[in-house]
Design a protein around this ligand. Sequence first.
Ligand code: ATP
Length: 140
Amino acid sequence: MRRPFVVIGLGRFGGSVTQELIRQGAEVLAIDRDDAKIEAFREHVTSSVVADATDEKVLKELGVHEYTHVIVAIGNDIEASILTTLLLSELGVPDISVKAQNDYHARVLTKIGADRVLHPERDMGTRLAHNLMSKNIIDY
Ligand code: ATP
């Protein structure tokens, strides 16, 4: 049976996804190339590894293909985000969610096999505007 979640990149976005999955009782493998990030999460996650997710050999050794959902939360390094997504797709991970930096990044991610492309800042901005507008309508 497949294991549930891998989060790659423990920045603000990946860290918050990880915390909420754990809060809801999920098993999470966390991967980050920064050992300080891994240290900060070590006690909370099921397992954590300091590793470069763009290294195919490392992904295979970690058995990432045995997990159902992989969340790629690498932000600024678009090349690393794309390469990691491509490797996960080639390894046959069934459900890949990836944080995108911009629309071009998002288009590439979709083409190479991302199942879900996320724009956290843009989506939060849209949601805030919706909330403010609906409050405004109620206020009048
Ligand atoms: P956020 O907005 O979510 O804080 P960000 O968009 O600023 O993140 P980064 O800080 O560049 O994105 O990356 C998020 C995390 O991904 C960092 O903790 C970084 O160490 C990790 N990361 C970046 N590249 C890799 C990689 N190749 N392998 C593993 N982890 C990586």
